[in-house]
Design a protein. Structure first.
Length: 338
């Protein structure tokens, strides 16, 4: 039986050398060293031997199996290499085909700009405060000094829900009241970013949803000078150092006095172009000192506390910074446009 084992080993080795393709190689593996292969079968017959002969036989059989396994692996490597060479030769792999394009992804321009805005305000000590998108009439209007039938409501056409008094917020300002209720009587320094909704006809310059970033500072000695200085610093960070700004008197029911801030047009540098409508200036936000009535609704005594607030539209900032002329691109889902 020992002799039989050696002959088996030799036959296996010689047939292996003659094999030239993977299919035959697999068959060889099954026949000689597989789980039901010749070597295993011989090992099972070890009982036919005398007790003394068994250990040496078993040892040799296992050795042989290892040798064959080794030979199999190097033959496999040779065969694979020659098969690949052959495949190249007949052209089944066309190396002249263009490579697969790498998919490129990036954040939405609104998200990029929002993050930049967060960073700038964070550097000035403003925390992010998240407020709800579905609001009550009281918060969106009444406590912001816009009682029912106030004409300013018409400027923000509203999506109402089927539930009375429940609406989609038309601006982030209702968050001011929610924050004041939460922070009272502590001083406040926050920004309130989020989506707002308006019931508008969609045009290149009007969308039914867009982002706003609201800002609110409430404290004991806050003045209009703080408002101007803070917003000026912001403008220098986002539009570049040395960029001229100006404040124009304006009106919002929830601030008094109210203003709008313009920056010198970053595309024509004040000469006048299509984007700035030939004025040389771009309007970027509304702001003002928090109205005493609003402070009172928020729980702060206006004889002790003052504050400033502002609201800006990141999409508008993106459009101005990149000369994008159609606001519908933002939710249009066409990567070509943004
Ligand atoms: N809420 C105002 C708007 O929608 C912007 C604003 C916020 C103005 C805070 C003044 C103060 O347009």
């Amino acid at each position: 039986m020992r002799q039989e084992l050696e002959t088996l080993g030799q036959t296996a080795q010689t047939t292996l050398i003659e094999i030239t393709d993977s299919e035959m190689l697999n068959k060889w593996h099954v026949k000689y060293i597989g789980r039901k292969g010749a070597i295993t079968t011989m090992l099972r017959r070890v009982g036919e031997l005398s007790k003394e002969e068994r250990p040496a036989f078993g040892k040799r059989a296992n050795e042989l199996k290892k040798e064959l396994e080794h030979a199999y692996q190097s033959r496999e490597y040779e065969i694979k290499a020659s098969e690949m060479k052959q495949a190249f030769a007949v052209g089944s792999i066309d190396v002249t085909l263009p490579g697969r394009p790498i998919e490129r992804g990036r954040l939405h321009p609104s998200t990029q700009t929002l993050r930049l805005i967060y960073q700038i305000w964070a550097d000035m000590g403003f925390q992010i405060y998240r407020s709800r998108e579905v609001e009550l009439d009281e918060y969106n209007f009444q406590m912001l000094n816009m009682p029912p039938h106030h004409p300013a409501r018409d400027m923000q056409d509203t999506f109402y829900t089927t539930k009375e008094n429940v609406l989609l917020r038309t601006h982030t300002s209702p968050g001011q009241i929610r924050a004041m209720h939460e922070y009272h009587p502590e001083p406040i320094r926050i920004i309130l970013p989020g989506m707002v909704f308006r019931y508008e006809q969609i045009t290149p310059s009007k969308e039914i949803q867009f982002h706003q970033v609201e800002g609110l500072a409430v404290g004991r000695n806050i003045t209009m000078t703080d408002l101007k200085g803070t917003l000026n610093s912001f403008a220098q960070r986002i539009f570049g150092k040395g960029r001229p700004t100006r404040f124009r008197a304006s009106h919002f029911p929830f601030t008094e006095p109210s203003a709008e801030m313009d920056v010198q047009c970053i595309l024509c540098h004040g000469k006048g172009c299509r984007v700035c409508k030939h004025t040389g200036w771009m309007e970027i936000l509304g702001c003002g000192m928090v109205h005493p009535t609003v402070l009172r609704y928020g729980g702060y005594d206006p004889s002790e506390f003052t504050g400033f607030a502002f609201g800006m539209g990141p999409e508008r900032i993106v459009m101005l910074r990149h000369g994008i002329e159609d606001i519908r691109y933002f939710w249009g889902n066409d990567l070509k446009n943004l």
